[in-house]
Design a protein around this ligand. Structure first.
Ligand code: B4P
Length: 197
């Protein structure tokens, strides 16, 4: 299996780049944000619980997200690899993912981290809010809370992967195609290194 994590703050383009990456590399897209929004749309008990956290710009509790990822993984055990988008977002989620992948006798090939300034992130999210109908994108106060949560709870995940040399920063500003090109350069290098071993 070839598994990648696309990492970065809210609005850094994880969803945008994931759509292109899964198409190019044939990986299965596992976006916890999308899975949670589907649960909300279907008004499931999990969705109703998640909505109250997401509307406030907070993270959905780890046990809810980890359970959801576990079952997605089980339903798709024949995938050639996964692109994890927006997961893991806490160190506890990263540790749970390590265990899950170990059980499947696989691991993470690389973490690609999109680097974008906070001003640009706010502009992007408020813009998306105009058309997406996402309540977490329309209010600047909620957006700022999402950044604070990212700094406190999600950025330590980077340290978790830096320990094993899997962390690669990518410039996340420029056109969508320019950013995609530099991500692909990184992925291709990682794949050829793996194939040479
Ligand atoms: P997510 O759905 O993961 O998404 P995101 O962080 O808001 O945005 P993303 O980085 O994917 O940005 P996008 O490409 O869309 O999270 C939403 C919420 O779900 C979280 O706040 C949390 O509450 C909950 N959640 C999800 N996963 C969780 C987990 N593991 N644990 C706990 N809670 C969890 O891009 C944003 C905008 O920028 C778009 O409009 C796009 O068109 C634009 N854009 C993209 N690239 C651009 C570029 N190069 N130039 C200009 N604009 C660009």
């Amino acid at each position: 299996m070839f598994n990648l994590i696309l990492f970065g703050p809210p609005g850094s383009g994880k969803g945008t780049q994931s759509d292109k990456l899964v198409e190019k590399y044939g990986l299965l897209h596992l976006s916890t944000g999308n899975l949670l929004r589907e649960e909300i749309q279907q008004e499931t008990p999990l969705g109703l619980e998640a909505k109250s956290f997401m509307d406030r710009g907070q993270l959905v509790p780890d046990e809810v997200v980890i359970g959801m990822v576990d079952s997605y993984f089980d339903r798709n055990h024949d995938a050639i690899g996964f692109l994890f988008d927006g997961f893991p977002r806490t160190v506890a989620q990263a540790e749970a993912l390590d265990k899950l992948l170990e059980l499947k006798k696989t691991g993470i090939a690389a973490v690609l981290a999109l680097d974008v300034s906070e001003d640009e992130l706010i502009t992007r999210l408020l813009n998306r809010g105009k058309t997406s109908g996402r309540s977490d994108d329309t209010n600047e106060e909620v957006i700022r809370r999402r950044f604070a949560v990212y700094n406190d709870e999600t950025s330590p995940v980077a340290e978790h992967y830096k320990k094993s040399d899997k962390f690669h920063a990518v410039k996340g500003e420029g056109t969508v195609d320019e950013i995609f090109e530099s991500i692909c350069e990184g992925v291709d290098k990682i794949q050829s290194r793996i194939n040479a071993n």
